[in-house]
Design a protein around this ligand. Sequence first.
Ligand code: IPD
Ligand code: CA
Ligand code: CA
Ligand code: CA
Length: 254
Amino acid sequence: MSELRLLAEGIAREAGALLRQSFRDPDLRVSAKSTPTDLVSEADHAAEHLIRTRLSEARPDDGVLGEEGGDVEGTSGIRWVVDPLDGTVNFLFGVPQWAVSIAAEDADGTVVGVVYDPERDELFSAVRGGPATLDGREITGSTKQDLPTALVGTGFGYDSEVRRSQAVVVAKLLPEVRDIRRFGAAAIDLAWTAAGRLDAYYEHGLNPWDLAAGGLICECAGLEVRHVPPVGVSNPGVIVGPPTLVDALAGHLA
Ligand code: IPD
Ligand code: CA
Ligand code: CA
Ligand code: CA
């Protein structure tokens, strides 16, 4: 599996370099997808095209699920799950908080996860069963037990009904924790949780390409990744962190 990791790391770096060329380009073509707040640009499409091209050159029999290009079935038993540009809104506002997220999964789940943050040149990765790493050095998540001192990350999808119900949850949580962060790129949020920069992370309605790589990196960093039922009208959610904190957060969401 480490050969899959090397492949994903190389492709994520190449896509990151491509994206940096159009970061803060005022002429980038942008359109709305599911809602007016759900933006996609030609940079998202170009990065996904590059990633799919490199994957099919190296491993033509693998499947690929990508945010912008949909699901293409393969025959090898490996499927790549790709977010070519996580944090599109940040990217389009010139906020240097966006990433490339590439995971590979087999019949048992995610086997490789890579999150590359081009603006900081930080590469987070993991292979199932191994350690999580940041630029090759092992990282471990928070061991905090105590919700009132926990720094908790969150994020919001694009559906306004989901946002409304999640806002209720976040309002309830805010007085119970040290603070809440919303940085705007779930893959980086998860990678930072794996590195202990956040104690825990919670979001309802993440898509597979937001969660696949970062979720594995968190597990390999010793954290629990717990899927939780919908709140109100929202999609299922995820809580990531040390198990005691995940329990405490799940209690507040219930
Ligand atoms: C979004 C970002 C955001 C998260 C949303 C995602 P995109 O991904 O990760 O932080 O809160 O749920 O959809 O659209 O920028 O790739
Ligand atoms: Ca998107
Ligand atoms: Ca995303
Ligand atoms: Ca994206």
